[in-house]
Design a protein around this ligand. Sequence first.
Ligand SMILES: [Ca+2]
Ligand SMILES: [Ca+2]
Length: 186
Amino acid sequence: MLQIKLSINNKAMNGSVDFKTYDAWRKPPPRRLGSKKIRCFLFQCRDIPAADEDGASDSYISVWNPNNEDLRTRKIEDSVNPIYYETIEMLYDFADLDSAPPVILNIWDYDDALMDSTDDFLGRAVIYLNDPKTSTNIRDFGDDEAKYNGVPMPEWHDIKFGFDQSAPSCGQVLCSFVITRDDFDF
Ligand SMILES: [Ca+2]
Ligand SMILES: [Ca+2]
C-alpha cells in the first residue's frame, strides 16, 4: 500500500512549508495489515463423502484466498482417503494470529463435465491459525531459511458441510502451515 499526500503552496507568498505543522501530516497513516505468505501443507483426507456412484470421490482441495486465485491440489481419483502431499502458497493480510481470518479448505469431487456438469462440494475445513490445534511454524531459531523451510507436524482438522461448527464432521484433513513475510521465497 502506498499513500501519497499532495498540497500546493504559494512559496513566494507563504515561504517554504513545514509540513509537520499540518494536522494531516502529523497523524500517522492508518496501521496497515501485515502482508504475509502462508504455505499450506496438505497431506491427506480421510473418510470424506463418496460423491460418485462407484462409492468414492475424485477429490481435490481448493484453498480460499483473498486474491481469488484458483489454488487447488491435483485430484486423487476413486478414493475417500485421498493422499495429496502438496503445498500451496498464498498471500494473506493480517496483523497477528489472533485476528487472522481462518484458512478455508474446500474439498470437491471432480466430475467429468461431459457426464455431470459441475463438481460436487464435499465439505470444508475452517482452520483458525491461533487455534492451539493448528500446526504452524515450529522453529523459532536460526535464520529465515531455517525457520521457514521446515515442515510443521500436521494435525487432523474436521471437515464440515456448512459453516455450523457444531454439525457432525464429514471427514478430516491432515495439514499444517508455515507463515512468513510476503516476499519470502521457499
Ligand atoms: Ca460426482
Ligand atoms: Ca467424480
